[in-house]
Design a protein around this ligand. Structure first.
Ligand code: SF4
Ligand code: SF4
Length: 165
């Protein structure tokens, strides 16, 4: 019996349903961190400063439906934008599928658990600061949002030790 391949392995980004498209987001929150672009060199620098609408614990936008009214420079991803943008992290589900690469074990579509992106240390949880209190972006330049750090696998559960009574 042949196993059916999941949609992200068989469909082009353009051919996905809205629901499939939305599900490609792993919920890492990295794209909601501010970036700096140097005018003279066009070089990009990542920061750990998050958009004011990002919930730093859940790594979700707190007003996703009205986000572009509230944050005009919030980028709405499309298949064309995914191929064009140079600041999407290498771990981003959209970028991986656009590049013909597999989703990692911690992606919720693979693991079945939206928490594995946090457990693996891929999301911004615990390492981002809100723009509301960050101060100058230049003080917050970091490399990790643009890197595919080696993810942590959750430790296997250890069986409880037997105790004699
Ligand atoms: S970087 Fe990609 S996978 Fe992560 S939150 Fe943004 S769109 Fe979703
Ligand atoms: S408005 Fe929401 S989706 Fe857009 S960058 Fe801010 S937190 Fe992210």
């Amino acid at each position: 019996m042949s196993k059916t391949e999941p949609f992200w392995k068989t469909k082009r980004l353009e051919d996905m349903s809205k629901e499939e498209w939305e599900s490609l987001c792993d919920g890492c929150g990295r794209c909601c961190l501010h970036k700096l672009r140097y005018e003279d060199t066009n070089a990009l620098a990542h920061t750990n400063v998050a958009c004011r609408l990002l919930d730093l614990e859940s790594c979700q936008c707190t007003d996703y439906v009205r986000r572009q009214r509230k944050v005009p420079d919030c980028v709405s991803l499309t298949p064309a934008a995914v191929r064009e943008i140079d600041w999407l992290p290498p771990t981003c589900g959209y970028r991986l599928v656009a590049d013909g690469k597999p989703l990692a074990w911690w992606h919720k579509l693979v693991s079945g658990d939206p928490d594995t992106v946090h457990q693996a240390g891929i999301s911004v949880r615990g390492r981002a600061v809100s723009e509301r209190r960050a101060g100058p972006l230049e003080h917050h330049i970091v490399d990790w949002p643009g890197q595919a750090a080696r993810p942590k696998r959750p430790a296997p559960e250890t069986p409880p030790k037997e105790t004699k009574s």
